[in-house]
Design a protein around this ligand. Sequence first.
Ligand code: MLT
Ligand code: MN
Length: 312
Amino acid sequence: MRLKIIGSAAGGGFPQWNCNYRLSRAARTGAQSVRARTQSSLAASADGKRWVLFNASPDIRQQIAETPELQPAADGPLRATPIAAVVLTNADVDHIAGLLSLRERQPFALYATRRVLDVLEENPIFKVLDPAIVPRRELATDGACDLRDAADVPTGLTVEGFAVPGKVALYLEDLSRPDADYGSEEGDTIALRIRSREADAAAFYIPGCARISADLLRRLDGADCLLFDGTVYTDDEMITAGVGRKTGARMGHIAMSGENGSIAGLAEVAIGRRVFVHINNTNPVLDEASRERRAVTAAGWEVAHDGMEITL
Ligand code: MLT
Ligand code: MN
């Protein structure tokens, strides 16, 4: 199974269009230790020919342009794509807006939980993907699902989705219910265990997670590879950077560092490779020369960059 991280930044990307924080500035000026990154998305393939996208970021057009595996084969028909299916982990803008760029009457299958499918149905702009051409399939959170293309041909990949602690998408928050996590419900954010039929290996894709729960610890034990929420290094980082008023927790993202952070919380779990994805433009680990980046690396974690490939 091949995994390609085609977008490793959180919502906004890196540099973010309107951001003057030192990290975005460094990325914009091409500083040596800082690489630009597009918004959160993963591509996976069982056979290296047909690909499944996990989340469709607003940068999808650029991501396809930079990933030959996702482009029409030179000897293919006039309209073609190796993208057989798209699976969504939540309804965040950085994970669904790219669907709008996949219009042009091209068949592929779309998988998401009922909650996320409802969001797409309630927003008529997503009708640009005609359900007669792009079937929408409900992803259950209680078992494995073979991913098939629009014509029902198996892709060779299987996913198991399960709810993780998280939050409803920012634009769906019920601000009158701060005590109820702004109207979040279980399943607003899911994790995916991705497996190919052939390879005896599994990867977990979890770009958003608010807490390390006992259920998550149990499921991750023995994982070959974990791609995990690396939004912020410290919970109050956006506040101390002066760019916002929200903590990571308020956005549904656990911090990397600290006693309640993901590095400490997952330290005792047996995991083959642990890789941070969905990295916000305030996260100091984006600077490869930073103290924080050294600390993350010393703790056994990798920091994803666009184009990073993992073979299992
Ligand atoms: C998130 O991951 O919290 C969202 O992508 C934030 C956003 O909508 O920009
Ligand atoms: Mn996001």
